[in-house]
Design a protein around this ligand. Sequence first.
Ligand code: 16G
Length: 242
Amino acid sequence: MIQKNSPVPIYFQVEESIREKIESGEWESGEAIPSERQFCEQFSISRMTVRQAITNLVNEGILERRRGRGTYVSVPKLNLELTGITSFTEQMAQQGKRPETKVISFERNSASKQAAKELGLDSEEPIYKVKRIRYADGEAIAYEILYMPVKIFPDMVLKHAEGSIYDYIEAQCGLPIQYGKQELEAAEAGKKAAEALQLEEGAAVLKIQRTSFTSEHQAVEYTKTIYRADRYKYVMELERKH
Ligand code: 16G
């Protein structure tokens, strides 16, 4: 209930009442909350007051506005470990999510200059180029382009890319991955990634490029992955450098 005579500002009381509904589980993550107009009517308060309360909770990440659709209780973000080499399948297992993969193309080409350089091949050497959409509990969250050298994986077929590619490389081909090189940058979703991830073109994404090597310094994969920035947060363990 809102107490208009209280020294506690009304917007703060509205904020607290929304927070309570979320904490008690009455409003679940991903659920729409009432419209500003409904709040105004329910509490007999001005729209500006309601807007201030909602804006504060949006800034805190507790609520999110979806353009043209209203305000929703935020869905907790997935944690993406940026240190250590883990596969998408392992990352999902850590988060208690069910991974799924859709292969949208599987090609055998001659390597582009960049892919050849990353994989330590001569340009024009044959490589696989695989585009995949990765899902967590049915939601598309990453769009991935994977390059692998044909000479190391002569028997690779589309089916292998439908499951865990690290499982294929390590368990099936007997080539344990030892270390990697990774680059990350903020980016905007291009047309293809936006389509795959059901985002608007230009939406914020994180782009990560990784090259993974065996202990013999053989590059086994080069990947470009586009992650939905609104569904991930990034976790790193740091060591003090002297
Ligand atoms: C992750 C890797 C990617 C690797 C894939 C294998 C990052 C930035 N990238 O997406 O390089 O190819 O996992 O996943 O983490 P899989 O074994 O489930 O196919």
